[in-house]
Design a protein around this ligand. Structure first.
Ligand code: ADE
Ligand code: ZN
Length: 360
């Protein structure tokens, strides 16, 4: 009998069953719609409607033209849904639970304390503590490894950025391992944050920066050379400049690629023209992530699927990106290696496939 070709369902179930790593997932982009509806109801939040079908267009990308600023606008609407400590703990818990349901075994969840705190005037320290608590409860219940990253918005005052670094440092025992710079890369350049980021690195925090998403490759160079970023959020536009590609390779920087988000923000034109295959063949270290699963209505399984179906990425390449993610995780070297070895075993990757630049 001839070999039967796997169906789409077979491949999707295979991807669903893979143990995974997500290094780039925003808490505020991971909220369940029905939780939002409940919070809106319970706290009488003034909205055009409180049913799920009324909320969906406000907080998810649904059938609209790709646009970076419109994408970021969703986060502004979402700021109204963090009315109490219980709500913040709940959304952190559910974000981790949903990752675990997709068989994410190691998650780095980033969150923006200013977004969570501002509408109610909560202290930044308090909302951070609540996120740590919600994540810790889910970590226990779902047996998933989770580390947290404090996100600084590019539009924040330097004073706020400094305060956020102190808050992050104060919560290291509760799982905070790093800092992220996110938000509007076009309107708010990174240089003002240089000193804050470099000092945070000296103080022991890991660093990732959203750059080269909708902005030019020079932003990636800036993030690496001047902010000392160890990973780059997105970075897809680096392919436009061979010098920047070379810098990323030399410095062993890992790119956190998020395909669906890239299409919805207009960072790339469509899935078929996504530079993921080029990034791999250029020998760069690439991880595949969700960015904002609920805003984008995606899962990590979906992101792997789109990489395979539209970008001709093989299952083996997907597995290698997972090992690359383990090696780039914001953990001590021994833990990175232990995690990478665990994934290599689980994913049945051979030893000669260890090198992250061996992506063919
Ligand atoms: N915050 C959440 N998602 C983001 C993105 N794709 N780019 C910049 N900032 C973000
Ligand atoms: Zn992001």
């Amino acid at each position: 009998m001839g070999r039967v070709r796997p169906t789409i369902d077979d491949i999707r179930s295979q991807l669903c069953a893979l143990p995974k790593i997500d290094l780039h997932r925003h808490l505020e982009g991971s909220l369940r719609l029905h939780t939002l509806a409940e919070i809106a109801q319970e706290h009488d939040i003034d909205l055009p409607g409180r049913a799920i079908q009324d909320l969906r267009p406000l907080v998810t990308v649904s059938g609209e033209e790709p646009d970076f600023h419109r994408f970021l606008e969703k986060f502004k609407v979402l700021r109204r849904f963090y009315p109490t400590r219980e709500a913040v703990e709940r959304i952190a818990y559910e974000a981790v639970a949903d990752a675990a349901d997709d068989n994410v075994q190691y998650l780095e969840l980033r969150f923006n304390p200013v977004a969570l705190a501002r509408a109610q005037g909560f202290p930044l320290e308090a909302v951070t503590r609540w996120v740590c608590r919600g994540a810790a409860d889910a970590r226990q219940d779902y047996n998933i490894r989770v580390n947290l990253i404090v996100q600084i918005g590019r539009d924040e005052a330097l004073e706020t950025a400094r305060e956020l670094v102190q808050v992050a440092l104060a919560h290291r025992d509760e799982g905070v391992v790093g800092l992220d710079l996110a938000g509007d890369e076009e309107g708010f350049p990174a240089p003002p944050f240089q000193a804050v980021f470099r000092q945070a690195r000296r103080d022991g925090l890991h660093l990732t920066v959203h750059a080269g998403e909708v902005g030019p490759p020079a932003n990636v160079e800036e993030a690496i050379r001047n902010l000392e970023a160890e990973r780059i959020g997105h970075g897809v536009r680096c392919v436009e400049d061979p010098r920047v590609v070379q810098l990323i390779r030399e410095r062993k920087i890992t790119l956190e690629v998020c395909p669906t988000s890239n299409v919805q923000t207009g960072a790339v034109h469509d899935f078929w023209r996504h530079p993921l295959p080029d990034l791999l063949s250029l020998g760069l270290r690439v991880s595949i992530n969700t960015d904002d699963p609920s805003i984008s209505d995606t899962t990590l399984t979906d992101e792997y699927w789109v990489a395979m179906s539209a970008m001709r990425i093989t299952l083996k390449q997907i597995k290698r990106t997972i090992v690359t993610a383990a090696q780039a995780s914001f953990q001590p070297r021994e833990d990175q290696e232990r995690l990478a070895a665990w994934f290599r075993r689980e994913l049945e990757l051979d030893d000669d496939e260890r090198r992250p630049d061996n992506n063919g």
